[in-house]
Every structure is written in C-alpha cells, then in structure tokens.
Design a protein around this ligand. Structure first.
Ligand code: PRP
Ligand code: URA
Length: 209
C-alpha cells in the first residue's frame, strides 16, 4: 500500500505561504514553484538505490557509492507540472523527462489527455510524476494510468498542494503509489478548486489570467 508523505520543513512551509499569496506575481511564483520542487525532490529521492564503485582519488583508490542503474525519470503533467521541472533538474540534471498533457474540462471536471511522450525505457526507471495541484485527483489518476500502461518499474506522485478528495481518489485508483505533498488543504469548492489553495497554478505560472 502506498503512503502519503506531508512535508513539514520550515523552508517549504515559508515558500508555500508566499506561493499562496494572491499578490505574488508570475516571476516570483515560478521561482518559488521551482525552489519548492527542488527541496521536495531532495527528500523524495532519499531511497534511491546506490552501488559501491571503485574510483581513484588523487591520493588512493577507494570504494564510493553512486546511483545504481538507470537514472530517475521525471514526468510533469502539462502544463502546470512544467513549473516544477527546472527545480528538479537542477538537482538531477541527468534525469530523463517524459510529458503527459492533460487539461481538466471545466464543465465535466474530467481530465482530457492530449499528449504523452515518455522515455523509451520506463520499465527500467523509477518515475516521478509531478503536478503542483492534486484537486479531484482526476488528472493525477489519468497521468498515472497513462504512464503505467507503458510499463514502469516504480512510480511516485509529487505535488505542492493536495485536497483530501484528491489523495483519496489516487489511493483508491492506484493503491501502490506513494504521494508526496507540501500541504493537505481543507476542501474543494464548487468549481473543484482547492481551498485555501493558491488558485489556478497554470494561470499563475504563466500569467494567463
Ligand atoms: C490543474 C493542475 C492539475 C489539475 C488538478 O491543471 O495543474 O493538473 O488541474 O485538478 P484535478 O486533480 O481535479 O484533476 P489544469 O487542468 O488547470 O491544466 P493546466 O495545467 O494546463 O493549467
Ligand atoms: N487546479 C488548480 O490549478 N488549482 C486548483 O485549486 C485546482 C485545480
């Protein structure tokens, strides 16, 4: 059974407060989203398997650990998930990147898939699906479906703000997945926006509203 990890690091809490503030403009919103994603990815990758390799330092030969096997793959859900990507790539520049394009139909609130391109060898990689917002959970579930259907070794989902409804949905549909979030908010409003939330993450990242 997957677990839900809610981060409580003071730096993450502070940055999330700035992100929620309605007066935070797109430039700062983008910076904060990437910073938060980087801090979270640092924690999320704690269990990456290592292997001992023999190396030569300038003084001697020694055994030292390095990441074993294929590097991690990161899969942003377009478009708001892209806002977290650069922060993670700063930490793991060799990560492969897949993309799942989904938007939430404003009437039905159901996710509509319009794009999916993943690294060719996902079955040999640990993948991290990223999206700032987990609201009804429809988009996350659909993205995880899309990734799983192509074969994957292991999968985690990371968001900045989750609603209890979204967590429940992902756990129902994908009970094997670990969910990582910086906050679990109170509820969804009538338009399935997270309350208190931070508004529409995509619009705030890209200044489209
Ligand atoms: C937002 C967000 C998630 C989704 C969450 O994307 O980035 O992908 O909504 O809602 P859900 O859990 O109810 O599915 P949106 O559909 O607004 O698209 P965008 O990223 O292109 O702005
Ligand atoms: N998508 C967002 O960007 N924000 C929400 O609160 C819910 C869905």
């Amino acid at each position: 059974m997957g677990e839900v990890f809610i981060f409580d690091h003071p730096l993450m809490k502070h940055k999330l407060t700035l992100l929620r503030d309605k007066d935070t403009g797109p430039k700062e919103f983008r910076e904060l989203t990437n910073e938060l994603a980087m801090l979270m990815a640092y924690e999320v990758t704690r269990d990456i398997p290592l292997e001992e390799v023999e190396i030569e330092t300038p003084l001697t030969s020694t055994k030292s650990p390095r990441i074993a096997g294929k590097k991690i793959g990161v899969v942003p859900i377009l478009r708001a998930g892209l806002g977290m990507l650069d922060g993670i790539l700063q930490l793991m520049p060799a990560a492969r990147v897949g993309h799942v394009g989904l938007y939430r139909d404003p009437d039905t609130l159901e996710p509509v898939e319009y794009y999916c391109k993943l690294p060719p060898d996902t079955e040999n990689r640990d993948l991290l699906v990223i999206d700032p917002m987990l609201a009804t959970g429809g988009s996350a579930t659909a993205a995880i479906d899309a990734v799983k259907s192509r074969g994957v070794r292991s999968l985690k989902f990371m968001c900045l703000v989750a609603a209890p409804e979204g967590i429940e949905r992902v756990r129902e549909d994908h009970e094997d997945i670990d969910i990582y979030t910086a906050a679990v908010d109170d509820h969804l409003d009538d338009h399935a926006y997270i309350v208190p939330g931070l508004g529409d993450a995509g619009d705030r990242l890209y200044g489209t509203k």
